[in-house]
Design a protein around this ligand. Structure first.
Ligand code: ZN
Length: 446
């Protein structure tokens, strides 16, 4: 199988940004007309915001004047108008799939798709997975829950890419190890947490992870795969190149994919999705320049069943716009964390994944596993934040090591922590996404 660098859709992914914007302007006008004609939800929402019709909304360049869409509004739309909500903008008979969200942060939502929507997801996700090294002719094992949930569209995508897919699902480590040994896939798709867990499980069984024949690991589902320490360790353990991808259920299961240059995930939604960057606190637009940080906001440009306008992703990223060695002209991002996990400590935004990233720099002395144990529930916390850091196997915490970590976190993130060091294996491992914050010691009412 040829896994040399390549581009799935060069005409789109290498298009000059200004040319893309011209195309997006036209599609945006059409999509606004569609929303006013077919979505009771958006007609009402935009009317209430003072926009009588599509024409009064202006052009793509005026999009900042329009209100955001929050996930809770979509949830409420479905609760008030069961089951699919009054944001449903396509006739029921045009739907070909209804996924549900896993409901980890609230009641599950339904995600209806038309034939065109599903084809669009497949196209966008194909660009994204291809960027991470998934190629026609490859055998690919995946551990995503690709059944009822939106990750199910990975089935279409991997088939469309021409791979031989071995869906293993979540929490089937024995089955996965057996498949890795007997079938010998060239690629594995999983969360970075699970890749780390699998490396430990293989080592425990005396199986050489780098002799299984894997050449690629494509990670997604949580931040971490793009962090140098985590990536380097996993690449060495498995003898692979590891790139990350990121999606969001309301827009496309995969929407960003990192190329071999490993300098952030390329935007893969050209022609289908418009991206904005905003300041999460003020909601004000942030220009997308090299090094800019903020929250991603998405607008569907061609969606039929459940289109969204200025949808707040809650994903905080740093942007990269400098030219990429691969030839793609699309912007790149690295995810810093999610608003849902964020703490505010004396006015400073602190992301648990950013703390993990600083701690990871103390490898090989630490295992990489951490757990934040805030003294109380809620976003606002008083310093210092209690933080449990796990030592690596065979490493003893020397005098002053905890203080060394605390200092590094304060220097990099302007946040005070109180570090408690624990022995290797003390913190729970995850077969899906790692919980970096633990309120378990507080109790439900705390
Ligand atoms: Zn690139």
């Amino acid at each position: 199988v040829d896994i040399s660098p390549g581009i799935f859709r060069p005409d789109v992914e290498c298009r000059p940004p200004e040319q893309q914007r011209t195309r997006d302007r036209a599609r945006y006008r059409t999509q606004l007309d569609y929303l006013f004609a077919h979505s009771a939800f958006y007609r009402r929402k935009l009317n209430e915001a003072g926009f009588a019709d599509a024409a009064s909304c202006g052009e793509l360049d005026d999009i900042q004047a329009l209100p955001f869409t929050e996930k809770d509004e979509i949830r409420k739309s479905q609760a008030d108008h069961p089951a699919l909500g009054d944001h449903l903008a396509a006739p029921r008979e045009n739907l070909v799939r209804i996924f549900s969200t896993s409901g980890t942060t609230g009641d599950p939502c339904y995600m209806p798709l038309t034939k065109n929507d599903l084809a669009m997801w497949t196209e966008i996700s194909s660009r994204s997975y291809f960027a991470t090294g998934i190629r026609a002719g490859m055998t690919v094992a995946s551990t995503y829950n690709a059944g009822p949930f939106v990750a199910g569209a990975a089935l279409e995508t991997l088939a469309s890419l021409g791979t031989c897919h071995i869906p293993v699902g979540t929490g089937n480590t024995e089955r996965l190890i057996r498949a890795l040994q007997l079938i010998g896939p060239e690629a594995l798709m999983c969360t970075p947490s699970y890749a780390a867990y699998l490396a430990e499980q293989l080592a425990e069984r005396g199986i050489a992870a780098d002799r299984l024949g894997l050449r690629r690991i494509s990670v997604a589902g949580e931040p971490g795969g793009g962090e140098a320490q985590i990536r380097t360790r996993l690449e060495a353990a498995f003898g692979v190149k590891l790139c990350e991808a990121m999606g969001i259920g309301d827009i496309s299961i995969s929407l960003w994919g990192e190329c071999d240059a490993q300098q952030g995930m390329h935007f893969s939604g050209g022609d289908f999705v418009h991206v904005e960057l905003i300041d999460a606190d003020s909601g004000q637009p942030v220009p997308i320049t090299d090094g800019a940080t903020g929250e991603l906001v998405y607008t569907a440009l061609q969606r039929e069943a459940a289109p969204v306008l200025r949808f707040r992703s809650r994903d905080h990223v740093v942007c990269h716009t400098a030219a990429c060695a691969c030839g793609r002209t699309t912007m790149r991002v690295r995810c810093i964390g999610r608003t849902d996990d964020m703490f505010i400590v004396r006015g400073v935004n602190v992301f648990p994944s950013a703390i993990r990233s600083v701690v990871a720099e103390f490898a090989p002395r630490v295992s990489g596993a951490i757990s934040l144990r805030p003294a109380r529930r809620g976003v606002r916390q008083e310093p210092p934040l209690p933080l449990v850091v796990e030592m690596a196997q065979g490493h003893e915490p020397g005098a002053g090591f905890a203080a060394e970590i605390e200092q590094a976190i304060r220097a990099r993130l302007v946040a005070a922590t109180r570090v408690e060091l624990v022995a290797f294996g003390s913190l729970p491992r995850s077969e899906y996404k790692t919980k970096l914050v633990d309120f378990g010691h507080i109790g439900r009412e705390g």
